[in-house]
Design a protein around this ligand. Structure first.
Ligand SMILES: [Mn+2]
Length: 324
């Protein structure tokens, strides 16, 4: 089935639905929220009864996203059509998965290579740097992109491509960005707000973590750890760690950057960034996680030192393997 045939089916499903709910993944990033709110905003303007649902209350950094105040927690779940964006598997919906599954008809739109279909219609394009690019194709097909929708999609595209810096960025990513910019929003301002703007407490968290950064395996592996004490001292949460890991992968000698955030006692959220040809997904996969080739993540339980040791060993193995 071609993508346009899927889009026509989705359009028909939207036309026939009384209530549409759009979902994104737990602990959302800019791509998830951009895709979610783009569909929400476009359908609202088509006069549809539509809701935007995420199981995590939105952080302040999403205040620059149009209609951000419309995102609801999964409390009441009656809808005949559910659309999930940027979720590689049903469990990525977190607490919202029950709500999603309760809909009569379900659509999943995603760009992760590890995608496991969970809707009646599944649209996967693993070549897209962001889910927002696929959503743009859908909304363009439905002829309902306007300036606000375009800015939301551009925000998502900028987030997942690392502002065109990550290796997932293709000619098509740039061409999509150009097409979106034609709608006339302020692109430089959007990039600043989505990509650069930060809070003072997050700056202090970054300083603490980078101060304790460790390098090993001939400085090919960089490691930072965010302990609960760091979050308490700076009034931040594990959600505020996003992007700080890039400071490590920027260093010339570093091939693997690892950030470990203590979510609960003995429970850690791990982010991994790599340079080619080292496979981040292989490292995360060893701990039951997943993601992309250069950016992946997993959850690991245990004592911090054991978690660090296990991750470093896996990173060393993967670096060695990449030389073969
Ligand atoms: Mn994404």
């Amino acid at each position: 089935m071609t993508m346009n045939e899927d889009f026509q089916k989705i359009k028909d499903a939207i036309d026939g639905a009384n209530e549409v709910s759009v979902f994104c993944h737990t602990n959302p990033d800019g791509d998830a929220i951009g895709s979610l709110l783009a569909i929400f905003t476009a359908l609202k303007r088509l006069g549809k009864n539509v809701r935007a649902i995420c199981d995590t209350p939105l952080a302040d950094r999403f205040d620059c996203f149009f209609n951000h105040e419309c995102v609801e927690l999964p409390t009441k779940c009656a809808s005949d059509l559910a659309i999930a964006v940027d979720c590689a598997a049903i469990d990525r919906l977190g607490l919202a998965s029950k709500c999603y599954l309760s809909a009569k008809y379900r659509v999943a739109i995603d760009h992760h290579e590890s995608f496991v279909p969970f809707g009646q219609i599944n649209v996967l394009d693993a070549h897209s740097a962001s889910c927002s690019e696929i959503v743009f194709k859908l909304l363009k097909y439905m002829d309902c992109v306007d300036k606000d929708v375009a800015k939301l999609l551009f925000s998502g595209l900028v987030t997942d491509s690392g502002c065109f810096q990550f290796s997932n960025t293709t000619k098509l990513t740039h061409m999509t960005a150009c097409e979106l910019m034609d709608f006339g929003f302020d692109a430089a301002d959007t990039i600043f707000n989505v990509f650069r703007a930060t809070e003072m407490n997050r700056f202090h968290l970054k300083v603490r973590a980078l101060n304790k950064a460790k390098f090993c395996f001939e400085e090919q592996i960089g490691l930072i750890v965010f302990e609960r004490g760091d979050f308490e001292a700076t009034n931040t949460t594990p959600n505020d760690t996003e992007g700080i890991i890039n400071e490590l992968i920027d260093i010339n000698s570093v091939k693997v950057a690892i950030a470990i955030a203590e979510v609960k006692e003995h429970s850690f959220k791990v982010s991994i960034r790599t340079k080619d040809p080292v496979n981040a997904r292989a490292i995360a996969g060893a701990f039951g996680g997943g993601g992309h080739f250069n950016a992946a993540g997993c959850r690991v339980s245990g004592f911090l030192q054991d978690v660090v040791d296990k991750l470093l060993r896996e990173a060393e193995l993967t670096i060695e393997e990449s030389k073969r």
